[in-house]
Design a protein around this ligand. Structure first.
Ligand code: ADP
Length: 259
């Protein structure tokens, strides 16, 4: 009797794994197929939006603006789904590099500073790193993707005049990247769900095209892949603080290079 049940469970598990692998493969294929025509649509829509081939009237400008915005939203959704299906299929290869974590933060700042200016938000970066721990081994691409996500959220949910800070420090052989904002915060009764895929807090100020609801769930899974964690604290109307904590290997540099 017990043997029979064990056999049934093993068969059910194998079938579930096969179905999951099929779902991931299907999602990856579909996402790739969608991305190519969408890139073309976006490219031509942007050309029209820039009025490169002639002036547009007000209505035309409004409609082409909406096409660009919705297209961009769709592209983010496809990219996030692609990342998620790669994670599900176990196809996210890790590639660690010797890198300065300060550089990763500065690149994030560079990428998003224009957005901060557009939203009238003061975006800044502070760090405290011992001089012999300025270069470490990190999965640069994933760390960058997480930081871009956290800072984009901070900018999205902080009203004009607010502040967003990236802070980098090291403690007990752990690297801490902290993103703090003075934004709208996350209501207590939503806090245990914000890492769920597609979960978004309903907020009248947000636009439909403002995100996919996949960002934080991806960040959490990326962090776990690197044996790290993401924690947060938030207070409605006051702001939020998200902290990425990663183990790291400082490089043993010859003494003349560490000065
Ligand atoms: P989205 O694409 O909607 O940003 P995320 O998964 O990144 O999706 O975030 C999920 C939800 O968590 C957001 O829709 C928002 O409601 C909430 N959230 C995330 N970061 C912040 C933040 N810094 N301030 C306030 N709310 C946030």
């Amino acid at each position: 009797m017990i043997e029979q049940r064990t056999r049934d469970l093993a068969i059910a598990l194998r079938e579930a794994q096969r179905a999951n692998a099929y779902k991931s493969e299907f999602l990856t294929g579909v996402s790739h197929e969608l991305r190519t025509p969408l890139t073309t649509i976006l490219g031509f829509a942007r050309l029209l939006n820039d009025q490169f081939y002639g002036e547009l009237n007000e209505k035309q400008q409004q409609y082409i603006g909406l096409i660009c915005e919705s297209g961009q939203h769709l592209l983010s959704l496809i990219n996030d789904l692609l990342d998620l299906s790669r994670l599900d299929a176990g196809h996210t290869d890790l590639s660690y590099q010797v890198v300065s974590p300060v550089d990763i933060c500065e690149q994030t700042l560079e990428l998003l500073s224009q957005k901060a200016i557009e939203h009238s938000i003061h975006l800044h970066f502070k760090y405290q790193l011992p001089s012999d721990q300025q270069l470490v081994l990190l999965e640069t691409r994933l760390v960058f993707q997480i930081l871009v996500n956290l800072v984009s959220n901070a900018l999205k949910f902080t009203p004009a005049g607010g502040e967003v800070e990236i802070h980098l420090t090291v403690l007990d052989r752990m690297l801490y990247f902290t993103v703090t904002d003075t934004g709208i915060g996350i209501p207590l009764d939503h806090q245990d769900r914000i890492f769920d895929p597609f979960y978004q807090v309903n907020n009248p100020a947000r636009k439909r095209s403002d995100g996919t609801g996949l960002g934080l769930s991806l960040c959490k899974r990326f962090a776990e892949l690197m044996s790290g964690t993401i924690e947060f604290e938030s207070q409605e109307g006051v702001g939020s603080r998200f902290r990425l904590r990663l183990p790291f290997q400082p490089l043993e540099l010859p003494p003349q290079l560490t000065a």
